[in-house]
Design a protein around this ligand. Sequence first.
Ligand code: FAD
Length: 469
Amino acid sequence: MSDSFLDTCCAIVGDGHVLADVAGMEPFLTDWRGRFTGRARAVLRPGSVEEVAALVRACAAAQVPIVPQGGRTGLVLGSVPDASGEAVVLSLARLNRIRAVDPANRTMTVDAGCLLQQVQETAAVHGCLFPLSLASEGSCTIGGNLSTNAGGTAVLRYGNARDLCLGLEVVTPSGEVWDGLRGLRKDNTGYSLRDLFVGAEGTLGVITAAVLKLYPQPRGSATALVALASPEAALGLLSRLQDECGAGLTAFELVSDLCMQLVARHFPALPQPFRAPSPYYALVDVESSESQEHATQLLEHSLGAALAEDASLEAVVPSSVGQARDLWRLREHIPLAQAAEGKNIKHDISLPVSLIPAFIRDTAAELQLGFPGCQLVCFGHLGDGNLHFNVAPPPGGVDEDFLVHQHAVNRIVHDSVAAHGGSISAEHGIGALKRGELERYKPPVELDMMRAIKAALDPLGIMNPGKIL
Ligand code: FAD
């Protein structure tokens, strides 16, 4: 049976780039963690911004919902379609050209489907640094990074995706192309539309290209793992290192002892730097624009002063790049180790940095009251106030028996986040997964403004419906 909508799509991108058979669409329909598989009318794979615009116009004319998709590494079900089978998936993967590099302006203009790693490598070829860094960088795309306002490990020094973007090219929900590819660090000419599309999770339009900020490559870096008695001690150390190292402090990660135990259990080949366990650890990175010696001195000097002041601190400072890499591998293996251990209830939250010790203490106590013996898999980017605050069953407990309490656990954690002035999503966004939670915690006036923006830009409601709002 002929489908005139799909015929129009084929005429725009060619038959080979309209996938409508079950086998062809299958890789595009399941989320990264394998929790949900949606259905779609077709998967469309445009190769240029003109093709994206023509496809969006065809979708608008036929009122077909569009789910933009980059690398599909998102963690909140934002880039997969719902179960209705009405939407098309618009994959940006073929838009993968580096359009231009301007080392003197320290900018790079790239297609939205470029992989993050491809962008990092291109920057390095030109002697520059693109500092966004995520464990998914080999699979995620710049369009996805901007649409989720991704964070990662160097936010403390360089900011998140929004801070690294100067301009955008966007196909609007009516199929017009907005060329906002400006490489300007100052541009006060009215509303910042760029900032509206960043973090919009594909609900306001399709990002097709971006101007990204580049930085000089650091000439030296130094890493340390510090054993700590408590989150308060971590906060004290963070404050001291910020005072001493200034912008040189690029990462400050908090890791609880349970995380270290899980990594040791599931990845025994990774070296464990301390003989005796400590309740918490901080993984710290310092960079220098001068030299390797300067980075090492900066870290050793500031850590030395902290250790002299607090005798309970213990630090490991690697003497080689390989050893430093091993410390980061411990941190990077936490998500894998917790997955190998079993299921848990995940929270990606942010708080004012100063309130993190109180939040951990208060929330852990409430969780123990409600679910005695439950375990906290707590780690994250303390320097950015961002914690992965995951709640696992008591030792020996059955995952499924515990997961039925997800709603009640979320309520304890997210109510506590709200009471401490935090956010229920620091990095991953809202997608389809946290819509209900957004409704509960955003002030009604803020939700009304968001709905008004959505209605103004996407009156037909075809851009990624069911996500965020
Ligand atoms: P997708 O998953 O394809 O899409 C994400 C959202 O953006 C969807 O709503 C989609 O509709 C929309 N979208 C995608 N492309 C476009 C476009 N061109 N125009 C408009 N909308 C679009 N996130 C962090 O912030 N920090 C981390 O440290 C981090 N670590 C991770 C580690 C692992 C192992 C994994 C699997 C994920 C991690 N993530 C992290 C989450 C994820 O990688 C990021 O959200 C990433 O930015 C998503 O990029 P993507 O290309 O895969 O987007």
